[in-house]
Design a protein around this ligand. Structure first.
Ligand SMILES: [Zn+2]
Length: 397
């Protein structure tokens, strides 16, 4: 029995459909107006109905969104991850409580249409497991509204921060879903030693891996190859992601294609947020080689940069803009990066607009997907398990 019938929904294929929902799942998709019994009806009025966005990379513990403005402090001598980590510790000491800031950021994401998320949470010798404890509670608080995967993220390195291997192990035992990493070469200066810990902990617990990799050029490419080799050796295809992978963005075409084919064969996903001032992974080339490319906001109003609005549709626009995507096919690819590709990277069950899928969707004031990507309409409704949770950028209370 259909509990709610969402009528006159424009689907991505252009059809106008009625979507039946029961027990939080889509139970029917039929041409608009086809007779159907339903206890309740919600008129979508021709708006575009798409699956909820996947926020594939965010930092819930370090954002200052909703808190007082904390002005960005540049590094003293060019970009330096160590110095940025130190600035972050200074800023966090004077910020509002983490739980409050995390709630602000989560609600921003949900209000914009993300109902699935992967968040990296700092686990290192300085904060120990305290940040993870806080974010685990927040995840529980919001479990009916958004699905959250947590990555135990060694922000201060692994080999350089004594005790971190044990903390990563404990973090997974506590409820973190994946093991993170950070620039094995440039930060810890020991690619094999760093990856031994990351993959060792992940393999012990049977969980996935998501590594921050900012290194450019051949150093970045070399690390990507090493991560792919370990993924295959441990049979972890489909469970490993590399976030940023800037090194893929400044290889020559042949080298990029060759490494793209290796990444695809290893079943490793690549996350990009299309950063503004330097090379980033060639999205179209990688997709052409069969690589799953997904996206996230990464930092929102934190010590690393002042940007970010939690809108993954806006992120699709940025990815398309920076990638030089103009055709409808290319714009649809940018949309795929923030939806289906994100779902694949996160291994989500029941994602999409299909019978049997979860009724987690967003309606947009747009005629079709390419228009939605370029216009980024703010007029939208967000439904979780068929229930309205946000409308026009604000949580429904
Ligand atoms: Zn990050």
């Amino acid at each position: 029995m259909t509990e709610i019938l969402f009528t006159n929904a424009r689907l991505a294929d252009g059809s106008l459909s009625d979507i039946g929902v029961a027990a939080g799942r889509i139970v029917s998709i039929a041409p608009a107006g086809a007779a159907s019994d339903a206890a309740r009806r919600t008129d979508i009025a021709g708006a575009l109905l798409v699956p909820a966005f996947v926020e594939g990379h965010i930092h819930l513990d370090t954002s200052f969104y909703g808190d007082k403005w904390i002005a960005h402090k540049p590094c003293t001598n060019g970009f330096d991850v160590h110095e940025r980590v130190a600035f972050q510790a200074e800023n966090m000491a004077q910020a509002a409580p983490m739980a409050e800031r995390a709630r602000n950021q989560l609600e921003l994401c949900v209000a914009n249409g993300s109902l699935q998320m992967r968040s990296h949470v700092m686990v290192d010798g300085s904060v120990g497991l305290k940040s993870l404890e806080t974010i685990l509670k927040i995840r529980e608080e919001y479990r009916d509204i958004i699905d959250i995967q947590l990555v135990a993220f060694p922000q201060s390195g692994i080999l350089k921060s004594p005790g971190t291997p044990e903390l990563l192990d404990e973090a997974v035992a506590m409820g973190a879903d994946l093991v993170g990493g950070l620039d094995p070469a440039s930060f810890d200066r020991d690619v094999q030693g760093h990856l031994d810990v990351v993959f060792g902990v992940a393999n012990k617990h049977g969980v996935g891996v998501d590594i921050h990799l900012h290194d450019f050029g051949t150093l970045g490419a070399f690390t990507v190859e090493e991560i792919c080799a370990r993924t295959v050796a441990l049979g972890m295809q489909g469970k490993v992601a590399i976030s940023h992978a800037y090194g893929l963005g400044n290889l020559d075409l042949d080298a990029a294609r060759r490494i793209g084919a290796k990444i695809a064969a290893a079943g490793v996903s690549i996350m990009t947020n299309a950063p503004g001032d330097h090379a980033f992974p060639p999205v179209a080339l990688l997709r052409g080689e069969g690589v799953n490319v997904f996206a996230g906001s990464d930092n929102i109003r934190d010590s690393w940069w002042p940007y970010g609005d939690g809108d993954m549709l806006g992120r699709a626009m940025m990815i398309g803009y920076r990638s030089g995507f103009y055709t409808d096919e290319e714009l649809s690819a940018a949309f795929d990066v923030v939806t289906a590709a994100g779902a694949k990277a996160l291994g989500l069950e029941g994602y999409g607009i299909a019978v049997g899928a979860k009724a987690d969707f967003v309606t947009l004031a747009a005629a079709h997907v390419p228009e939605a990507v370029v216009a980024v309409p703010k007029g939208r409704r967000v439904f979780r398990a068929g229930q309205l949770v946000a409308e026009n950028g604000a949580m429904a209370r």
